[in-house]
Design a protein. Structure first.
Length: 303
């Protein structure tokens, strides 16, 4: 069975629940505070592992982040490629969650930004053709890692989050699966219309399967494996913090297990929807059994 190597962030999440999204210059009192495990990389590794595949996580933490390593290990993730630094703190995120479930996030990279090209060779030991490589835009050495994964004959999945100008300089033409939300798609394609952005990205990256996530409206995909759409079930939204990461982990797991694209999108939408009914980032990510127990949504409209 193929395996997944994820070079990704490991963050301490500092979560503040507030009544409504902040306006410029506004000060509000937090209704609740929690500290938890997070980082897009950690969340996506956890989601993929809970979806049933073999996952190895590569990354870096400070001396205050050992419990994040233990957190991943407890779910069966191979953590032997995570290094511990004495000179920098673990990355962290300040997350403001409104009563509506909307969130705003401020990131501090910390140890996530200490990964350099010299550390990559050890990360890729034992991986090759048939395996998958996943990364996001929350660590250093992303471009070098994508190129090295390609040299190893692996299939590449990329989530350009958080979006920045540096993404435009990455070797996106090497990527097999590109997952973007509406904001990321608009920045890459130069248009805010989702359908136009998806078509533009498909034309620009013809060998890449593009997946565009649309929140409550579901997900669209276009690429060499064809076109597909899926919609999530209706749920009571509490917190959307890790919904996108949950989607990616479950989608990638389904594709690695040989599932059809449309069924993989549907599974990922259901997993993401379930995660929004729970508070927190990593703590909100469901297991495959929990996702399969959800009532299936109506079939998506094709177009």
């Amino acid at each position: 069975m193929s395996r997944l190597l994820n070079l990704g962030s490991l963050n301490l999440d500092l979560v503040y629940r507030i009544e409504h999204p902040l306006r410029p210059g506004e000060t509000v009192a937090s209704q609740a505070f929690t500290r938890g495990a997070g980082g897009k990389g950690l969340n996506q590794s956890l989601a993929a592992a809970r979806a049933g595949i073999n996952v190895a996580h590569a990354g870096s933490v400070g001396q205050d982040g050992g419990w994040l390593v233990d957190f991943l290990r407890a779910d069966g993730v191979d953590v032997s490629r995570i290094t511990r630094r004495e000179d920098v703190p673990t990355g962290h995120a300040v997350i403001l969650v409104a009563a509506s479930g909307e969130n705003a996030i401020v990131l501090q990279g910390g140890a996530n930004h200490t990964i350099d090209s010299s550390a990559l060779d050890r990360m890729f030991e034992g991986f090759g053709p048939g395996d998958w490589f996943l990364t996001q835009n929350e660590t250093s050495a992303v471009g070098a890692a994508l190129r090295l994964a390609h040299e190893h004959g692996m299939r590449l999945a990329f989530n350009p989050a958080p979006m920045s100008a540096t993404v435009l300089d990455l070797p996106l033409d090497l990527v097999d699966l590109l997952v973007v939300n509406e904001t990321e798609a608009a920045a890459l394609a130069g248009t805010e219309d989702p359908a136009t952005a998806l078509a533009e990205l498909h034309a620009r990256l013809p060998r890449t399967q593009i997946v565009l996530t649309l929140g409550a409206a579901g997900a669209w995909s276009s690429g060499p494996r064809g076109e597909a759409r899926a919609v999530p079930p209706r749920v009571h939204v509490l917190d959307t913090t890790a919904a996108g990461d949950t989607f990616i982990g479950f989608l990638l797991a389904s594709q690695m297990q040989g599932e059809a694209l449309e069924s993989g999108l549907q599974l990922a939408c259901r997993a993401a929807a379930l995660s929004t009914t729970r508070a927190g980032a990593a703590a909100s990510i469901p297991t495959l059994t929990e996702v399969l127990s959800l009532t299936a949504p109506e079939a998506p409209t094709r177009g």
